[in-house]
Ligand binder design. Sequence first.
Ligand SMILES: Nc1ncnc2c1ncn2[C@@H]1O[C@H](COP(=O)(O)OP(=O)(O)OP(=O)(O)O)[C@@H](O)[C@H]1O
Ligand SMILES: [Mg+2]
Ligand SMILES: [Zn+2]
Length: 525
Amino acid sequence: MYRVLYRKYRPTVFADVIGQPQVTDTLRNEVRSGRLAHAYLFTGSRGTGKTTCSKILSKAVNCLSPVDGDPCGECEICRGIDDGSIMDVVEIDAASNNGVDDIRMLREEADFTPANAKYRVYIIDEVHMLSIGAFNALLKTLEEPPAHVIFILATTEVHKLPATIMSRCQRFDFHRIPPGDIASRLEYVCAQEGCTIDREAALLIAGIADGAMRDSLSLLDQAMGRSEHITEETVRKTAGLADKSSLIAICDCILDKNPAGAIDLIDELHRSSKDMARLCEELVEHFRAMMLIRTMKQPESVLVMSEDDLKKTREQASKLQLSFIISAIDKLQSSYDRMLHGVNRRIEMEMTIVHLCSGERSSDLSLLIQRVEMLESTLARLMADPLAVRPVTSARPASNATLPQQKPPSSDEMKKLRENAVPMEQWPEVLEEIAKSSKAVSTGFEGSTAYISGKFVLVDSDRDICFELLRKQQNRERMKAAIFKVTGKSYSLGRYSYPDEKKTDDALSQLASELKAAGIPVSGE
Ligand SMILES: Nc1ncnc2c1ncn2[C@@H]1O[C@H](COP(=O)(O)OP(=O)(O)OP(=O)(O)O)[C@@H](O)[C@H]1O
Ligand SMILES: [Mg+2]
Ligand SMILES: [Zn+2]
């Protein structure tokens, strides 16, 4: 019988789990030293190894002759757990067993010592699905865990867990797996299966799967059904992606302000039964790539594409203004949302492309973007050479005179931004990301929190150092790139609250008035 790849290639030892060293190294150490916790919480995005590591850990703690913190896989306990003859490892799928009774039973059972193994291990998968009653019952056991019991809770939605449960667990965050690691694993699987895959194709799969190994293996499975030698083309066809050259061609039409040409291309894709929502998504990806190229020193580190495509995309990016690129992403994304809500996809696609060909920015956003860009470029120049931005004496007052149509976001707008702000749960992840490139910067943000509101991430801290750091262009870019890496979305930065709220309500105006106070005119160029 054919076994799907992602089941067949489920790692059986920590050493084979890729891309999660922060989890696997620690767990192996704990097993080696025998310093085990009573409850573990595995969280993080889909298909990245939570269930896999739960199974490995349940064996490792019970194995008769563990090898360097990994289960041996051969002793009677390892084999017994694998074939289900040893009942001391219990897997509960909370998605189908969310009742109090199950957990109550588990509590009674947990009091007995294990029958064969050293520890009785309860793996509760999708633990966020438990009912309140069940959580309370579980909590009682977690409060006074019998010495021979280990709980492993796994979930993608950690924010749905009660804090009382979380605080009793040792928490491990599983990250999206880096594309290079996924690609290498796919190459390995292909070699085992007697077929071949081009590196570009493997990277493309990794990109489509967005860091999930299960999705990557599923896509590989389908691609292998098409061909024994998997190329980028195979993957594109399998995933129903447009040829990269079509995307580049459509973007060329946007550059040339040639709506007729673009509509022809869309028509062609439509006739070859290309889904318009998918095309829209891919265009978002293409513009996102251009945005990263324009904002990052080494976009290669986050972009998954062949050198040739990268070269062409760079060329296009250099001809577009960053603010246009950002507004295009915004426009395409709203268009995509509308497509999913049932409007005629083809007409929607055409309208959006015609609009983009006109070169206009979507109006409401553009003012804000222009203003942010202006402030950023002024800041950049200030950092580079303080003298360079001394007031250029001119007849005009050094205000918004050069951009007369432009209005700063009023304090009312800023208030609204804050009223709609929600705590940004991924902030710790963002700081972790920052720490990779600069310990100093990440230390500066210690104790800070952040909120998301519309297109803004609003940073909050009572230490001024944060905002001092954010005044540096390089740090802002770093922060935005980190936010992008974690959320997949681009945000502008702002400040959530001020020590003296009366001074001003508006992060940007605050910045502007600081510049003015330093004798720097806040104007376009
Ligand atoms: N880090 C990894 N290294 C190697 N293979 C992995 C990894 N993560 C996932 N896989 C592959 O994907 C399959 C699914 O992984 P797993 O069930 O552990 O994911 P999960 O994190 O529990 O996902 P979900 O949140 O959807 O439950 C595994 O059988 C394995 O083939
Ligand atoms: Mg799972
Ligand atoms: Zn063993």
